[in-house]
Design a protein around this ligand. Sequence first.
Ligand SMILES: [Zn+2]
Length: 43
Amino acid sequence: MGKTSYKKIVCWNCNVEIVQYYDFKYKGDRGQCPVCGVNFPLE
Ligand SMILES: [Zn+2]
C-alpha cells in the first residue's frame, strides 16, 4: 500500500476514529482519541 499515507485507526476504548496530526514537539505523527483523549505516537 502507500508509504506514509494515513490509515484509519480506531480507538481501542471507544471504537471511534482517532484524530491524526503532526506534533512539532515530538517531531512526529501522533494520534488522539476525541472521546477519551488517549494520545500516542503513530509509527
Ligand atoms: Zn477513545
